[in-house]
Design a protein around this ligand. Structure first.
Ligand code: PEP
Ligand code: MN
Length: 332
């Protein structure tokens, strides 16, 4: 159950009510929001005069539910809006990993040419093998900060573990929580304690309920700027890297109030399939895309097979615009 306390309720009082109702609590603007287990359906009589509104919920997908907020949340990323009434489909692109200044400058020029707004690049890479390139870490974040200063893009980069969450938060405009980190409660809780938008990727072995409940950790921590990212799940199929769960995307659109971003690069794993898949995703009516691109994919230090070379990217981008237009959206 979600409870909105009256505006005059102090933090001390709110804490007492939270304790009695075994709720998680955060402050939204000028009132406290309490979230108790969905098993609780009535409010103890003694608190009834302290409560402004309450919402009994039938599952623990609570703050993220359309039963609580009936339309998609609007997320503000500096001067860009997604979700809400915005009709924007945010096209995020850039390399899997930042490798050096020359590479990221070439990527920045591509975004500038296409008037795109949001650059991605991993600095702390969650690799499957300890012997693969692990990313440039803080050095990479500092390079991205230089690019942001020069070009004014929003920057998204991922956190790999709880030890450098604060560092990443300081340098980016959107924090990415990777598929392997979806269950990391240290990261989820740290991201809940601050207000920068978070892009939470679906763990490739997790179902939709687990995915949305991971988002609840961030929302209930007090950061309501959460976007979900479908990036493919593991199935019996191994000819493609993962399987993009578009049925799951429909579920998320129908039942949750969180914007949904589609990552076709990691789902497919091979660049040949990325443009077709991306067109299909745009046609579904989604809030954003995350597509890896690289000046020379063959030489990329991570995810070499799936990144789009710039000409391929531009061709795909031009084909997305009319599809978006046909469903009343625009690619930004
Ligand atoms: C990435 O975005 O480069 C990445 C590592 O993605 P994922 O966490 O989805 O594997
Ligand atoms: Mn990658």
């Amino acid at each position: 159950m979600i409870i909105h306390l009256k505006k005059n309720i102090t933090k001390e009082e709110a804490k007492k009510i939270a304790e009695k109702t075994e709720s998680v609590m955060f402050k939204r603007n000028d009132f406290f929001v309490l979230i108790a287990s969905s098993k609780i359906t009535t409010i103890p009589e003694m608190f009834s005069n302290k409560i402004d509104d309450f919402f009994p919920m039938d599952t623990d997908m609570q703050l993220s539910s359309k039963k609580y907020l009936s339309s998609t949340r609007e997320i503000k990323i500096n001067d860009i809006l997604i979700g809400g009434n915005s009709n924007n489909t945010l096209l995020i692109t850039g390399p899997c990993s930042i490798e050096n200044m020359d590479q990221i400058k070439q990527c920045a020029k591509l975004l500038e040419e296409l008037k795109l707004t949001t650059l991605r690049a991993g600095c702390y890479k969650p690799r499957t093998s300890p012997y693969s390139f692990q990313g440039l870490g803080l050095k990479g974040l500092k390079m991205l900060a230089e690019i942001r200063k020069e070009y004014g893009f929003n920057i998204i980069s991922e956190v790999r573990d709880a030890s450098h969450v604060d560092e990443v938060i300081e340098y980016v405009d959107i924090i990415q929580i990777g598929a392997k980190a979806m269950y990391d409660h240290g990261i989820l809780k740290a991201c809940g304690k601050q207000q920068k938008p978070v892009l939470l990727k679906r763990g490739f072995g997790s179902n939709l309920k687990e995915f949305v409940q991971a988002a609840e950790f961030i929302l209930s921590g007090g950061n309501e700027n959460v976007m979900l990212c479908e990036r493919g799940i593991r199935t019996f199929e191994n000819q493609t890297r993962f399987t993009l769960d578009l049925c799951g995307v429909s579920y998320i659109k129908e039942y949750t109030n969180l914007p949904i971003i589609l990552d076709t690069s990691h789902a497919m794993g091979y660049s040949y399939g990325v443009p077709d898949l991306t067109r299909a995703c745009v046609a579904m009516g989604i809030d954003g895309l995350l597509i890896e691109s690289h000046p020379c994919p063959k030489e990329a230090k991570s995810d070499a097979t799936q990144q789009l070379e710039f000409e391929e990217f531009k061709k795909m981008y031009n084909s997305l615009k009319p599809i978006a237009k046909a469903i009343g959206k625009s690619i930004i």
